[in-house]
Design a protein around this ligand. Sequence first.
Ligand code: DSN
Length: 421
Amino acid sequence: MDYYKRIRKEDKEIYKAITGEEKRQAEGLELIPSENYVSRAVKEAMASSLTNKYSEGYPGKRYYGGQEFTDQVETLAIERAKKLFKAKYANVQPLGGANANIAMYFALLEPGDTILGMDLSHGGHLTHGHPVTYLTKIFNFERYKMKNVETGEIDYDEMRRTARRIKPKIILAGFSAYPRELDYKKFVSIAREVGAISVMDIAHIAGLIAGRAAKNPFDYGFDIMTTTTHKTLRGPRGGMILVRESEEIAKKINKAVFPGFQGGPHMHQIAAKAVAFGEALRPSFKKYAKQIITNTHAMEKVFKKHKARMLTGGSDNHLILLDVWKSFGISGGEAEKLLDRAGITLNKNAIADDTRKPMDPSGIRFGTPALTTRGFKTKEAARVAEIMIEVLTARSDAAVKRAKQEIKKLALAHPIPESFK
Ligand code: DSN
């Protein structure tokens, strides 16, 4: 099927850019841990006529007419999300993960209120209070950290002392660059002790939770989970807010998303979320989620063998943070560029208490969700790690060339599956 026949005829420049990107995704290996390949069904929903429709409000309570089918779409997305994550309430309208977090803050806080979240260089996220975001002009963000960066253990005692002292309204768990599972019980107990609402940003591991390959924070009493839908969950680019059981919180969240923060929901995106959630409810998704972690462990084993320094000593999830500065004497930026030339896409990343600058930090971050969608198993995942070591050690044109040939072969042997094209 020629999926782009109209664009090819009517807009050659965009056609060239889209097909160029598709070729890049097919021929190289995608190791950015927040990226994935969505199914053809998800893409079809994204390209549907639902994009034409305005649907401000929520199912049954809209500001415009003609909502028979949009209501069906959003209700299906909500019901599937609730089942997938064991939530009583779900808001599927956030356009992205940042929107979900911002709406959540405004739903629960007054200006000047305090949030206690993960230190950014220890794995937190921009929307968890990075000084470059406008959020810090409105709310007060305080930090907790790891006690030991070699094991990844969070300093829960210090966190409890800080929480007692600053009395945060929200205790925020979750990360975009942390390879370990958190002690959810401790988070909830600290939040309850100081009367804070407990929120877990599950953006990176949503697919692992949905596939029952990682613990569900709701099973430990978290009040809210925010997430993106496009990472391990393998849905369209988008966000979502889940509430475990409080109707009062759910109502506040709904009001904050619309009309508080966003305008009309993107119904084509919500349809695509519903399709992805339907896929994640199937038994095959459980296998996928488990394989992501098995593949990470296969890579971890190789780095251990070569004594490369992984932050927290390894990984429990889909991602690894490698200190390339200490392990190979090159910066994260240089490593990213070298590996890019070999056909391996990943990103430079700050490591805990990094002494280098954010634009060229000491680490790289990578993971297995996209490789696993391509059908990579432990043998191939381990080989990719070996190739990374070879390139990072030799750093010569010849090594890059050799790696590029092998990466291309691996990619061709594991094409993006037909149902994901
Ligand atoms: N950009 C996302 C990531 O790569 O983790 C987080 O927002």
